[in-house]
Design a protein. Structure first.
Length: 385
């Protein structure tokens, strides 16, 4: 069925706005620890992440294929369904960002799509085997796998450098962190930017503007890469502060271990087409590095809040997506309904941004000011371990 270009254009623009929120919501995935250890200044860190997110989006399309055809029956998807799913993802992203909780943009997107799809067509339209094998099972396993790898890497890092003065080992690990955090940012682009590519492709197929078997157009890859890069460059300082400073106190050896483990896990998932939550992976890596340092402390209350948000993401985004689809259906035409619900969504987004500005305006400057000072005297890293 062919949809109007106006309707398709609105939905594509909504998808790119989601991509933008994904960028600033998930900047912390790559750069929280590199900022926390002062390996890079905050603005330089997010600028580097932005460039690498953009580049990573072009590496493969395996995850995009999963989103476009591996979660729901592609032939039953309509343009309003895609729009409603995006609204669910965007609203949940902004709610968790407002509360400074590192949640999964990936699962918000999938939850929103599932909620809209089930409301519109029914549960038979969902490819449940794909949801379990490509989404739920990786979500359950990835934080533990990455956390275990980070734990071992942290123990090994401290053991290998126990006789090296802290000033020297710290400098070396900070340099390594620049490389490892860059790899996380590149991996984030290969996984997360592709999700929006899949959604835009789904919109074009549902609107009759692209064949189901046609490859993803180059312009779709470019605009999705640009949107997530722009979002990443905007910062996302609230989540950076939580992930980099509130889960555990990170020193360079831990930061390098967490990032190396995270990038390996994310790149492997992208290769196999798993729509993995980079937030959950990186969070698992940071927790593992905190446990790997003898005397290290993980703040389990913060972890508990994150776990609650992770558990709620699929159903909460799904509920919002379902309500958005019902809202569209109230109006006599899809285009009018999408415009009306879109205006309501913009009002919610604007309200959350304004509340964040008034309550606790977190910037790169006060993130930097909140970091602990570097130790004035060299202390053996091995002694800390």
């Amino acid at each position: 069925m062919h949809s109007s270009l106006l309707l398709i254009g609105i939905v594509v623009a909504t998808a790119l706005f989601f991509d933008f929120t994904n960028g600033f919501h998930d900047t912390a995935n790559a750069m929280a620890t590199v900022i926390a250890t002062r390996a890079l200044p905050p603005r330089v860190a997010v600028g580097l992440a932005s460039v690498l997110n953009f580049a990573g989006a072009f590496i493969s399309v395996s995850v995009a294929a999963t989103i476009a055809s591996g979660i729901v029956e592609q032939n039953l998807v309509t343009v309003p369904i895609v729009f409603a799913g995006l609204v669910g993802a965007i609203v949940w992203n902004l709610v968790t960002w407002y509360f400074s909780v590192p949640s999964s943009s990936s699962h918000a997107l999938i939850g929103g799509m599932l909620g809209a799809m089930i409301t519109a067509v029914g549960t038979g339209a969902v490819i449940w085997s794909g949801v379990f094998s490509k989404v739920i099972i990786p979500a359950l396993l990835a934080p533990f796998i990455c956390g275990g790898a980070a734990y071992l890497a942290t123990r090994l890092s401290f053991r290998l450098t126990k006789s090296v003065p802290a000033a020297h080992s710290g400098r070396g690990f900070r340099l390594c962190q620049i490389a490892s955090s860059s790899l996380v940012a590149l991996a984030h682009g290969t996984n997360d930017a592709q999700k929006t590519m899949g959604i835009v492709t789904l919109t074009l197929v549902a609107g009759g503007r692209l064949g189901a078997d046609e490859p993803i157009p180059l312009w779709v890859k470019f605009v999705c890469a640009a949107a997530i890069a722009a979002g990443t460059f905007s910062g996302g300082w609230r989540v950076i502060k939580t992930l980099g400073m509130r889960v555990t106190t990170v020193v360079p050896a831990q930061g390098f271990s967490a990032e190396a483990s995270s990038s390996s896990t994310i790149l492997a998932s992208s290769y196999f087409g798993f729509s993995l939550s980079t937030t959950q992976v990186v969070s698992g890596g940071i927790m593992g590095s905190g446990l790997g340092k003898v005397g290290g402390v993980v703040h389990w209350k913060v972890v508990r809040n994150m776990a609650i948000a992770w558990t709620l993401t699929l159903p909460a985004a799904g509920l919002i997506g379902a309500l958005a689809h019902e809202g569209v259906q109230v109006f006599p035409s899809d285009t009018v309904g999408v415009i009306a619900v879109g205006i309501a969504g913009l009002a919610i987004a604007g309200t959350l941004f304004e509340l964040a500005r008034r309550s606790d305006h977190v910037t790169s400057r006060n993130v930097l000011d909140s970091l602990p000072p570097r130790p004035p005297a060299p202390v053996s890293v091995g002694a800390a371990a």
